[in-house]
Write a protein that binds this ligand. Structure first.
Ligand code: UDX
Ligand code: UDX
Length: 459
């Protein structure tokens, strides 16, 4: 007889599965939480002092629960029969082939996992979609789980995760809401309740929303589409600000203080990145096209187009500001992660910008406090054309320009006089995140090119 009241298994020990399960284990000492993955290296890292992902506060949470009621393993088949609730958090990348290539979600891992659960489960089990999935996937999953002869019953719930990287532990500990979608019959409602009880250990019940399964699935895609849309909207306005005398931060503050609009996600930037926004919007677009809603599809697709336009505009600005040629010029990229406080570079605007700068035959040097290993991986095919350097001061030596790609705090506090003195002249800064003190930089002698604001050009 197990000492635990419930056993949870999570399949997929990535950015979502790992932190989510660690926080559940920390807050529910009476639940056994096992996190599994097919990737042995990843599991070994979760069992070591060097966790496979960087998240502020995660080390402490894992240290508290690991070995007590939090376990990491590759023995997925062995854990399935022992589990009451199985979360599935495997990746669902955009399809690169066949029908829906470039837009639809590739569900092959999910289907494989579902078949695996069916083959090994020995008792009624709740299967929870943690990965972001196209609407109505739960139906297909349920059919797979119940195919063939078996007495085991599965309830499929959708419990999308809204954590943002870099603040994952904080977001999991203090979620705005937890969303659980499930079947409307008695069994579905009982499964929803079972999952509500898990989260209720630390989340106020009024913040645990329950819906039907389709609403939960669609809410996740919609939330990401709305968030990304705000960034594309302010980035669209940043182009107009640059063409006029307006300042995008002033506009953002002015509109953000309207309580109907609110201040968040109005930071103009070189563009949004991350594993979710583009993928989920394209997924939404594909879904709309599938249902013949072409205008709706085009509306959302424009959010992605605007993001690409913003990255192109940035590179354009660098070339124009460099007397229309960057051939052989050393350009230092400050930051490569898609946002601060993470080593994750998936869909980072820095990847697109680096490749375009290389196309113009610039000599690119990349610095980042956490993401250099990932950057090397992303740029493997052009690695001989790029230099990597931990120290931003060193990266800037002999450079014609600095491009701020990630809003790391450390870039705000550097000694820019020292940096200026070590650079080629004229020395320029293209602040793709609007985090630096532009007036002070111009005072030192830099030519400063922010986003959505007038450039400050000395020479
Ligand atoms: C993933 C999805 O990409 C995202 O859409 C969803 O919202 C949450 O899950 P993330 O955790 O960031 O996000 O993905 P990733 O870090 O790639 O982790 C997925 C893990 O699943 C990997 O470690 C991979 O090895 C594992 N996996 C994949 C399996 O264990 N089995 C498989 O069959 C496929
Ligand atoms: C996002 C959602 O926020 C989260 O709810 C969901 O679960 C996963 O996708 P994440 O991608 O981790 O999270 O980070 P987020 O903070 O949303 O940033 C995404 C991108 O937008 C980053 O590149 C960030 O730099 C950029 N961004 C964000 C802006 O350019 N401006 C802003 O105002 C906010």
């Amino acid at each position: 007889m197990s000492e635990f009241k419930t056993s949870i298994l999570c399949i997929g020990a990535g950015y979502v599965g790992g932190p989510t399960m660690a926080v559940i284990a920390k807050n529910c000492p009476d639940i056994k939480v096992t996190v599994s993955d097919i990737n042995q290296t990843r599991i070994d890292a979760w069992n070591s002092d060097e966790l496979p992902i960087y998240e502020p506060g995660l080390d402490e949470v894992v240290r508290e629960a690991r070995g007590r009621n939090l376990f990491f393993t590759t023995d997925i088949d062995g854990e399935i029969p022992k589990s009451d609730i199985i979360f599935v958090s495997v990746n669902t990348p955009t399809k690169t082939f066949g029908r829906g290539a470039g837009k639809a979600a590739d569900l092959q891992f999910w289907e494989k996992v579902a078949r695996n659960i069916k083959d090994h489960a020995v008792k009624d089990t709740i299967v929870v979609e943690k990965s972001t999935l196209p609407v109505r996937t739960a139906e297909a999953i349920s059919r797979i789980l119940h195919s063939g002869p078996s007495d085991v019953h599965f309830e499929v719930l959708s419990n999308p995760e809204f954590l943002a990287e870099g603040t994952a532990v904080h977001d999991l500990e203090n979620p705005d809401r937890v969303l659980i979608g499930g079947g409307e019959d008695e069994r579905g409602q009982a499964a929803i309740q079972a999952l509500v009880e898990v989260y209720a250990a630390w989340v106020p019940r009024e913040q645990i929303l329950t819906t039907n399964v389709w609403s939960a699935e669609l809410s996740k895609l919609t939330a990401n589409a709305f968030l990304a849309q705000r960034i594309s909207s302010i980035n669209a306005i940043s182009a107009l600000c640059e063409a006029t005398e307006a300042d995008v931060d002033e506009v953002a503050r002015a509109i953000g203080s309207d309580s109907r609009i609110g201040p968040k996600f109005l930071r103009s930037s070189v563009g949004f990145g991350g594993s979710c926004f583009k993928k989920d919007i394209l997924n939404l677009v594909y879904l709309c096209e599938h249902y013949g809603l072409d205008e709706v599809a085009a509306y959302w697709e424009q959010v992605v187009h605007m993001n690409e336009y913003q990255m192109s505009r940035f590179v354009e600005k660098v070339v124009t500001g460099s007397f229309n040629t960057i051939v052989g010029k050393r350009l230092a990229l400050f930051g490569f992660a898609f946002k601060a406080n993470t080593g994750d570079t998936r869909e980072s605007p820095a990847i697109t910008v680096t490749r375009r700068l290389l196309n113009e035959r610039a000599s690119v040097v990349i610095t980042d406090p956490k993401a250099i290993p990932e950057a090397k991986h992303d740029l493997a095919d052009v690695i001989d054309q790029v230099e990597f350097c931990e120290d931003p001061y060193e990266a800037a030596v002999g450079a014609h320009a600095i491009c701020v790609m990630t809003e790391w705090d450390l870039y705000k506090d550097l000694d820019y006089q020292r940096i200026f003195d070590s650079m080629m002249k004229p020395a320029s800064i293209y602040d793709g995140r609007n985090i630096l003190d532009h007036a002070a930089l111009a005072e030192i002698g830099f030519n400063v090119y922010p986003i959505g604001k007038r450039a400050l050009v000395n020479e």
